[in-house]
Design a binder for this molecule. Structure first.
Ligand code: F6P
Length: 360
């Protein structure tokens, strides 16, 4: 029986990361070579579907050259503007209604959404309300999408954070300083924990394990007693102390965001230990740079398999990476099982086994 699919869309949603273009490239190749479908790239995430005319462009092989593998960001653009069901239009409808209509105006038979758990929840809601057929691909440097070992972009972010620790190591030693590296990750500590182990940090602070300043001081002082004149601390942006306090900032739009824990710790650690402290806030550097080979490979596997899922008409599913294979699961199940760091898991045990202070 001939496939009822003739035209698919693809969009990137939420914060960008390295490897998104590799996904787009894989989707275009598989959809055209494997099935002869038309592929429409929607610009700026779901915002493109709300534009009139819909802001989308048909993608062909010439739009996805091999060098896209080297480019971070997304050639389609993205948006992280929150829930369109909450945005009211002057006529009383919502932005979501407009977005839903855009899918049908474009004549799509299915849509591939590349996003983190927040974007996936919104896309699933749009699909349920709007009669869309969707397949998801997980991406986020935070690596907190449930039931996948890797989301696209995580591995590159870890490489960037590890390289930063490597670079800080020798300047820390030369000046007998405590170096603090603040990394992203939102509510999950995967970047800090993984890069911290790889980069031989002395202290790794993650949101899943409340920290105490005394524990950090003890570690710095015990290193001094061993003749080690410097220490390296990697801290996840959303860590909390035993009272549950984190450090946040209000951005110019009035939104509360994480950020500033590095400088807070530097002040307190300086007071408590007398050490000279310096802070590096890595920020959006973690989302850019050349995608790592692993991210390129996972992105390509996800893209090809997502297209195959559409061909099999398996919708409302997301591709995941499990035990070196691509496995598809329900989007709802991935969203329901948020993946934070397991405080009893292998990497925390590894860090403890290496004598790393986890702040507790
Ligand atoms: O979710 C990805 C992420 O980079 C988080 O690690 C970070 O907290 C947040 O996005 C930053 O968002 P923005 O790009 O809006 O500053």
């Amino acid at each position: 029986m001939a496939s009822p699919i003739k035209r698919i869309g693809i969009l990137t949603s939420g914060g960008d990361c390295a490897g998104l273009n590799a996904v787009i490239r894989a989707v275009v190749h598989r959809a055209i070579r494997g099935y002869g479908w038309e592929v429409y790239g929607i610009r700026r995430g779901t915002d493109g579907l709300a534009e009139r005319p819909v802001d989308a462009v048909e993608l062909s092989f010439k739009d996805v050259p091999g060098y896209l593998m080297l480019m971070s960001g997304t050639i389609l653009g993205t948006t992280s503007r929150g829930d369109p069901f909450e945005v009211k239009m002057p006529d009383g409808s919502t932005l979501a209604d407009k977005i839903i209509e855009g899918y049908h105006m474009l004549g799509l038979d299915a849509l591939i959404g590349i996003g983190g758990d927040g974007s996936m929840a919104i896309l699933q809601k749009l699909a349920d309300r709007g009669g869309w057929q969707i397949v998801g691909i997980p991406k986020t440097i935070d690596n907190d999408v449930g039931l996948t070992e890797n989301a696209v972009g995580f591995n590159t972010a870890v490489e960037v954070a590890t390289e930063a620790l490597d670079r800080l190591h020798f300047t820390a030693a030369s000046h007998s300083r405590v170096m603090i590296l603040e990394v992203m990750g939102r509510d999950a500590g995967h970047i800090a924990l993984t890069a911290g182990i790889a980069g031989a940090a002395d202290v790794i602070l993650i949101p899943e394990i409340p920290y105490s300043l005394e524990s950090i001081r003890n570690k710095i002082e015990s290193r001094r007693r061993l003749g080690k004149n410097y220490s390296q601390i990697i801290v996840s942006e959303s860590v909390r102390n035993a009272q549950g306090d984190s450090v946040t900032q209000i951005d110019p739009t009035g939104r509360t965001r994480y950020g500033g824990i590095g400088h807070y710790l530097a002040g307190r650690i300086g007071e408590m230990t007398g050490a000279e402290t310096r802070v590096t806030v890595l920020g959006h550097v973690q989302r850019g740079g050349t995608p790592s080979p692993l991210d390129r490979v996972i992105a390509s596997a996800f893209g090809v398999n997502a297209v195959d899922l559409i061909a099999k008409e398996r919708f409302n599913r997301i591709v995941t990476w499990q035990r070196r294979a691509v496995v598809d699961i329900r989007i709802a199940d991935a969203i329901a099982s948020y993946a934070s760091v397991d405080p009893n898991g292998a990497l925390v045990a590894t860090a403890r086994g290496l004598g790393v202070c986890l702040g507790d």
